[in-house]
Ligand binder design. Structure first.
Ligand code: GDP
Ligand code: MG
Length: 162
């Protein structure tokens, strides 16, 4: 059975864009409207000869109610079955209370977590990524899911910890 890599984070941070980047094709639905990926979606992926199962999830809402509660449950369920987790944060926004709630959930799970500082589209945004050290998950990996910047280093690390 291939190891499972779950992608979690609040809505609109670029999780589905990152899935498409990893797969090399547009399979996950990307939306400008937050909260479009509602259920867990699994994909077979490969990096440098390592096969793994990628799980895309809807966003995690801190004050979860209704649909958001279901989405949050899906994120937690995805983490439960994962060998490693990519926590995606929007570096252009910075750490929010919702991100901090996700971090608390992840701490309880004791799974390896890679902190992905997404939307670092160019070198000027690197400082935004560094600010995410405050989440206490170690080194933020600056990535642009949209352009592919930094995703190779991120995948090297993911394969290493899975
Ligand atoms: P999800 O809700 O976390 O799955 O986020 P999506 O993948 O649906 O993306 C939400 C929005 O962020 C879309 O408009 C994407 O085009 C945009 N986006 C995703 N990744 C990047 C990135 O690396 N840079 C920029 N500038 N925008 C991004
Ligand atoms: Mg999505």
């Amino acid at each position: 059975l291939d190891p499972v890599l779950a992608i979690v984070g609040r809505p609109n941070v670029g999780k589905s864009t990152l899935v498409n980047r990893i797969l090399g094709r547009r399979e996950a639905v990307v939306e400008d409207t937050p909260g479009v990926t509602r259920d867990r979606v699994m994909y077979s992926a490969t990096w440098n000869g390592s096969n793994f199962t990628l799980v895309d999830t809807g966003g995690w809402e801190h004050d979860a109610r209704g649909i958001h509660a279901r989405v949050a449950d899906q994120a937690e369920a995805a983490v439960d079955l994962a060998d490693a987790v990519l926590l995606v944060v929007d570096a252009t926004v910075g750490a929010t209370a919702t991100d901090e709630a996700v971090v608390r959930m992840l701490r309880r799970k004791k799974k390896p977590v890679i902190l992905v500082a997404n939307k670092v589209d160019d070198i000027q945004n690197e400082a935004d990524a560094a600010a995410l050290w405050s989440l206490g998950l170690g080194e933020p990996m600056p990535v642009s899911a949209l352009h592919g910047r930094g995703t190779a280093d991120m995948l090297d690390k993911a394969v290493e910890v899975m």
